[in-house]
Design a protein around this ligand. Structure first.
Ligand SMILES: Nc1ncnc2c1ncn2[C@@H]1O[C@H](COP(=O)(O)OP(=O)(O)OP(=O)(O)O)[C@@H](O)[C@H]1O
Length: 282
């Protein structure tokens, strides 16, 4: 696939940009392929317009854009929850826009999700929170012992992988934000996802924790050979912890290029003409 930095007529072209480079992803090897995606909520305006996206196994793609540019909506489309007006959203060989509800539920199990607020059940143990990631394939639960021993072994192995096995029996709410996000990542991995979506996973974390959580996500992508799409508001974090960057502005993809070919100046086009606060982007 050719990658692009689009410059709409109303924006200024700054010097020195590589307008065309070669991407890591192409539709041939992509696990996720979005084409011509157009989304509108009810009778409201179009919030995604003609979006193309490819996610290849093993790559971490940073999704950038100002508040309201459509990042969460794109993530929602990848789980079949966005009101799609046109286009296709292919995840692991299934076009989500064409599936019935039951089929959609099965395909959703392939998509692991990580959220800004972790979404753990605070009063439950760390281990139980991770186990809930396997609910879709747990079968009839043994309500005395809960999940079976195979699930528990897998959950413990994942907690070990994310570095907090020693907290397994603690209540989730007693952990720090960074630790809770690691639990949430382990829970997402528990469902053995084919792709991981992380919607602003470090927005509630301090800089040190942010780096370590993003390092972990990138490591998981590489080691497990799954794509990770991570939306971020902080440019330096995106430039340090991704293989490719996709930049949205007003629902359109303006930048899609390997991270190594980009810098903050090249990405400024994504934020040009946007009035919202920009303090945390640089
Ligand atoms: N459920 C909804 N109903 C109506 N409009 C919505 C809904 N969700 C989002 N929108 C609108 O869609 C547009 C894109 O929103 P979205 O949340 O996808 O942006 P975002 O880039 O994720 O923003 P942020 O960085 O603030 O999370 C915005 O104009 C928003 O108001």
């Amino acid at each position: 696939m050719t990658t692009t930095i689009h410059r709409p007529a109303r924006t200024t072209v700054s010097a020195g940009l590589a307008a065309t480079t070669t991407s890591a992803a192409s539709s041939a090897d992509s696990l996720v392929t979005v084409r011509g995606l157009r989304v509108a909520y009810g009778d409201g305006p179009v919030v995604l317009d003609g979006v193309d996206l490819d996610l290849a196994p093993g790559e971490t793609v940073a999704l950038l854009g100002s508040s309201g540019s459509g990042k969460s909506t794109l993530m929602r489309a990848l789980t079949g929850f966005a009101p799609v007006v046109a286009g296709s959203v292919d995840v692991a060989g299934h076009d989500l826009t064409r599936l019935r509800r039951g089929e959609l539920r099965r395909v959703r199990a392939d998509v692991g999700q990580v959220f800004q607020q972790f979404n753990l059940v605070g009063r439950l143990s760390v281990l139980t929170n991770v186990l809930t990631g396997a609910l879709h394939d747990a079968g009839p639960l043994n309500w005395v012992g809960g999940f079976g021993s195979a699930h528990r072994r897998r959950a413990m192995a994942l907690l070990d992988r994310v570095g907090i096995a020693h907290k397994a029996n603690d209540q989730a709410r007693t952990l720090s934000g960074g630790q809770q996000q690691r639990v949430a990542i382990a829970r997402a991995l528990m469902q053995q996802p084919r792709v991981v979506l992380a919607d602003e996973p470090v927005a509630s974390l301090d800089p040190r924790m942010s780096h370590s959580v993003l390092e972990l996500l990138q490591e998981i992508a590489r080691e497990d050979g799954i794509p990770v799409l991570v939306s971020l508001h902080v440019l330096p974090l995106a430039l340090e912890h991704s293989d490719r960057v996709v930049g949205l502005r007003h629902g359109e993809v303006l930048v899609s290029a390997p991270t190594a070919s980009l810098d903050a100046e090249a990405l400024a086009v994504v934020y040009e003409g946007v009035e919202e606060e920009t303090d945390d982007q640089h």
